[in-house]
Write a protein of this length. Structure first.
Length: 500
């Protein structure tokens, strides 16, 4: 029998506010000098301490909801989610339950087939069939505000608790079970992360744990419309983990059904080293948490004017930017998607375009090519780049107007990245001006042909691969400065003229 997966994602992201969700402690817990120094009676749950809602966190949550096409609940409430764990000082988490701040949104995705992941130990390495193709809509059930927990480190015979992170604002984005492939889940997760970064509400740094995924997964026979029992995989800290864990879990469930068994609803962990999901606990139901309205916080009342003022802060989002890059700059969808993957990269590209006479396509090629290669090789991100877009524009224009050749352009770019400076000055100092003088190039071509009669004969006898060798001789004689089109044309003519 053929099965299809059903996936719903819960995404937890810390909000980039100055202070914690319900107290004045810093939300930048990573900068705290020592464990348990960034704390107060409220975030350590001392009796009698009173929470106060962080206004900025509310604004950021609404901003995310609006970007995900949600409606904002003008009347929303906080609730206590009761459970005991050493990282939860109060014995309950303040969250939102019946009335979250945002509900009923959606996000359009366009999953593309996965490229195989490197095969790890215990990793089945297999791939699922490609997703449904272009244009699917994933419904966003809700976006709500809650607070992060403390951090536990488990040592051999004991565990340590650091409350510096306790109470940091956390956003939970819950999708409907609308994804039908791992590719779809990956595309959705990637797009949500991009939006959070565009909005500046979360850095998307998954290694730092500020963004984590939970995948809810079930499988059913293709063609059926039932929803079967699901499992939930907690705390996936990378896209790779999301993909591998989902693939593993889908196969595990299919195998259970094939063998006539039933899937048990439970919460799973992902063991990245062994490449397996492991049972953590049987799934708790909402009633296990004894949710009730938080008595220390009044409902949050939001006005239409407030909601509209948040809406007016929405920047151009990745999808709209991609469409504009395609229509304004004549880029292909994949070129545009690459440039809009990061807001800073898109801004950089637009600044270069604004300062340059070269076609936008050419500028895309430079940025997607040499520029990115340099960043990757040196482990930098676009945010680290100090090279001014105006300077890059100048350099690209010098190649476009043939002042220098493409390979000289790469040399100048490397120099600019390393030591800065002015492109024209570097070209002068390194003597990189392109040779465009036809007579001068002709002289060099003629000399090469005269000096290498054997190769000329072999070429003319049919060994066409030698052409590249001849061009290599030109590059050597001119230190790569000859206009390649002129050199090529003269070489073709010269060789033909010596045909016996
Ligand atoms: P809970 O409130 O107990 O966490 P929900 O039913 O609200 O459970 O769903 C939590 C997540 O599980 C949502 O992201 C939802 O899309 C997903 N989900 C629900 N049912 C299924 C299913 N049958 N298969 C896969 N995912 C599901
Ligand atoms: Mg859940
Ligand atoms: Zn505090």
């Amino acid at each position: 029998m053929k099965y299809e997966p059903i996936i719903g994602l819960e995404i937890h992201g810390e909000l980039l506010t100055k202070s914690k969700m319900f107290c004045g402690c810093s939300a930048d817990y990573a900068s705290a000098p020592e464990p348990n120094t960034n704390i107060c009676p409220t975030c350590t749950g001392l009796p009698g301490a009173m929470p106060v809602v962080n206004k900025k966190a509310t604004e950021l949550a609404a901003l995310v909801g609006l970007a995900l096409n949600c409606s904002i609940n003008k009347h929303n409430t906080f609730a206590r989610k009761n459970y005991y764990y050493p990282d939860l000082p109060k014995g309950y988490q303040i969250s939102q339950y019946e009335l979250p701040i945002c509900e009923k949104g959606w996000m359009d995705i366009s999953p593309s087939p996965l490229t195989p992941l490197p095969k790890g130990e215990g990793d089945s390495g297999s791939l699922l069939p490609p997703g449904e193709g272009l244009g699917m809509r994933v419904r966003v059930r809700r976006v709500h505000i809650e607070e992060d927990t403390a951090k536990l480190s488990h040592e051999k015979n004991y565990a340590l608790v650091d409350f510096n992170r306790a109470g940091v604002p956390l956003l939970e984005i819950v999708s409907e079970p609308d994804m039908r492939s791992v590719e779809a889940a990956l595309d959705y997760a990637t797009k949500v992360r991009a939006i959070l970064r565009y909005l500046g509400v979360n850095s998307g740094d998954m290694e730092k744990g500020v963004l984590r995924f939970e995948a809810n997964i079930s499988v059913r026979p293709v063609g059926s419309d039932e929803f079967r029992t699901r499992t939930e995989i907690k705390n996936l800290n990378s896209f790779r983990a999301l993909v591998r864990a989902s693939q593993y879990e889908i196969e595990r469930q299919i195998k259970i059904y094939e063998e006539g068994g039933t899937v048990v609803q439970e919460t799973l962990g992902w063991d990245d080293v062994r490449g397996v999901t492991t049972s953590q606990r049987s799934k708790e139901e909402a009633h296990d948490y004894r949710y009730f309205p938080e008595p220390d916080l009044p409902p949050l009342q939001l006005s239409d004017a407030w909601i509209e003022s948040i809406r007016s802060q929405l920047p151009e989002l990745p999808e709209a930017k991609t469409a504009r890059f395609i229509s304004d700059f004549g880029l292909t969808p994949s070129e545009a998607r690459f440039l809009t993957s990061e807001r800073t990269l898109a801004n950089y590209f637009e600044s270069v375009v604004a300062n340059s006479k070269s076609p936008a396509k050419t500028i895309h090629s430079w940025i997607a090519g040499e520029f990115m290669r340099y960043l990757n090789d040196s482990g930098l991100s676009i945010d680290d780049v100090t090279l001014a877009p105006e300077t890059l524009a100048k350099l690209i224009d010098m190649v476009t107007d043939k002042t220098i050749g493409a390979s000289a352009g790469k040399t100048v770019l490397t120099e600019l990245f390393k030591n800065g400076g002015d492109p024209a000055q570097i070209v002068k100092e390194k003597n990189l001006l392109q040779m465009t003088d036809v007579d001068a190039i002709q002289e060099i071509v003629t000399k090469i042909l005269n000096d290498n009669p054997k190769e000329v004969d072999e070429y003319n006898a049919g060994k066409e691969t030698l052409f590249q060798w001849f061009m290599g001789q030109v590059a050597r004689a001119t230190k790569g400065k000859a206009d390649p089109n002129v050199a090529k044309e003269l070489m073709v003519k010269g060789l033909a003229g010596r045909k016996k």
